[in-house]
Design a protein around this ligand. Structure first.
Ligand SMILES: Nc1ncnc2c1ncn2[C@@H]1O[C@H](COP(=O)(O)OP(=O)(O)OP(=O)(O)O)[C@@H](O)[C@H]1O
Ligand SMILES: [Mg+2]
Length: 257
């Protein structure tokens, strides 16, 4: 029987366990504070349900374990700076951005990015936390600690948000679900809708972008890509190197979760 250890035992880890059962894959979600000796990772593939973790006895041990798939990819995606640099390197469309290094940069930032600036913490943000929407008069609201620790993006006037969940195998083969349409309220994903009638051009653009990213990283496993829908096509918002809440519908709505 195949065995997978998942670093993190939150909802996604437990859902993976449920998804593995019909496929004959034993999934062990492991809390970050577990005793390394108690974890059966010697015979397992190791993955994570989170992209960033504190140093514990367990994470120190796993960090150098050869069976930890995508071990070197997590830090690239967990930092919005290196994630955005990856999009630029691959010439993939994303909201125009820069590192926000000091207060003195604000005039130039608004010149370059327009009236609405979205400041995001490089690491640790989720559900809209660690994020500020600022216009020229508002910049004093931003905590001093943000400078150097945040990126700033152009506020995008999108018509909708979609996400693509895909997977890449060891052999480089890729598979994708149809795009899912997402409704966020106050930075939190409230509703995801997958249509059986897919928008072919949008689907193709999204698959090409996520393929390019997974191939560049030599990624193996499931990855999600969140995008803004704009008249010029999709812009990548961000990546998640794991299963994703916009894919929950596949638990009962697809032949494989
Ligand atoms: N540049 C932008 N322009 C306009 N809206 C944005 C921009 N960036 C983010 N948003 C809005 O804020 C939401 C949350 O942003 P983002 O996904 O970057 O952060 P997060 O806190 O990591 O979210 P998640 O819950 O997905 O982890 C987006 O889904 C979108 O609705
Ligand atoms: Mg997001």
């Amino acid at each position: 029987m195949k065995q997978v250890c998942v670093l993190g035992n939150g909802q996604l880890g437990r859902m993976l366990r449920q998804a593995g059962e019909p496929l004959g894959i034993a999934v062990w979600p492991v809390g970050l504070d577990a005793e390394p000796e108690a974890v059966p990772f010697q015979q397992s593939v190791i993955t994570a349900e989170i992209e960033r973790w504190p140093e514990t006895a367990l994470t120190r041990e796993l960090a150098r374990h050869p069976a930890f798939v995508n071990r070197d990819v997590f830090p690239i995606i967990a930092d919005r700076l290196t994630q955005k640099q990856l999009f630029d390197k691959l010439e993939l469309p994303t909201a125009p951005w820069q590192l926000l290094a000091s207060e003195a940069e604000w005039p130039e930032v608004f010149d370059k990015l327009g009236d609405l600036a979205i400041v995001k913490r490089r690491t640790g943000g989720y559900d809209g936390r660690g994020q500020w929407r600022l216009r020229a008069g508002d910049t004093a609201q931003l905590p001093q600690a943000c400078y150097g620790d945040c990126i700033v993006e152009q506020g995008i006037n999108f018509s909708g948000e979609v996400s693509l969940v895909g997977a890449r195998g060891h052999n480089g083969e890729t598979v994708f679900y149809p795009l899912t349409h997402n409704l966020h309220q106050d930075g939190i994903l409230r509703t995801s809708v997958a249509f059986t009638h897919i928008h072919i051009e949008q689907q193709q653009q999204a698959e090409q972008m996520l393929s390019a990213i997974m191939h560049e990283l030599g990624y193996v496993g499931v990855m999600a890509m969140e995008c803004f829908v704009t008249p010029g096509g999709l812009l990548i918002n961000e990546l998640a190197p794991r299963v994703h809440n916009s894919g929950h519908w596949t638990q009962n709505g697809a032949s494989i979760s």
